[in-house]
Write a protein that binds this ligand. Sequence first.
Ligand code: NAP
Length: 252
Amino acid sequence: MNLLRGKVVIVTGASDGIGAKLAATLRERGAKVCLSARNEGRLAAAAGPDDLVIPGDLTDDAVRRAIISKTAGHWGTIDVLINNAGRGSYLAPSEEPVEEARALFDLNFFAPLALAQLATPHLRRSRGSLVNVSSIAGQISLPWLPVYSASKFALAAITTAQRAELRREGVHVMGVFPGYVDTDFQRHASGTAPAVIAGNRRFAVTAVECAEAIVTGIEHRRNTVVTPRAGWLLVWANRLFPGVVEARLERV
Ligand SMILES: NC(=O)c1ccc[n+]([C@@H]2O[C@H](COP(=O)([O-])OP(=O)(O)OC[C@H]3O[C@@H](n4cnc5c(N)ncnc54)[C@H](OP(=O)(O)O)[C@@H]3O)[C@@H](O)[C@H]2O)c1
């Protein structure tokens, strides 16, 4: 049974990386897909002929309103919002300019929150899904991605609260916590990844694998997706032995 056939799904950050593969995977499942991001050329390359493309910067409220109103206007409903767009920063806490930290939170936390607020009346009607793509860095503070980790912790926290608010109204809310995914994330981030991280791409999952795990999570209305699943080991190690994990991560 194909649970997403005919469903209307918005994917942010769909011009590249995980978002572009999400759009492709959803299209294969028969979903009606709306793609959004800034780069119009890359969005056009990622989109299929029947997809809706709404370019723009998600930190702009007018763009967020256009995404929701145009999608609902075009297809009459919204079944799934996937808040996937995000950006990293490898700058140390003592060095990250506060204005840049604010800009990172604007994209990684406030934009998903605002889009969710705009989409919620539609998701209540469709009894659909709200999906927030956090990170393993939203479960464990990674010292080489400090402000990014903080923004993804914030997103993880609001995801739990959104689930508590919306579950009784039939809306499914899912947090996604990817580990290392082979995309251009490092190139798009501020600062430089530590050499040991940048050189360890062989441990990364592909964007296709990550997208498949997210789509399967939506189909099964899971609360949480950790991908690769081995990431759970790190999450539990950190919950049980936080001092040990912190000391180990400090040496990276
Ligand atoms: N790769 C990893 O290892 C990894 C691990 C854990 C979590 N994640 C999370 O997964 C999500 C996708 O990451 P990715 O690896 O696919 O990164 P990516 O390849 O850099 O893609 C990021 C996407 O976000 C869009 N974007 C960036 N700034 C934007 C803005 N201001 N307005 C609208 N769209 C914007 C980009 O498109 P434009 O530039 O065209 O706007 C692009 O489509 C992010 O939330 C990231 O934090 C990634």
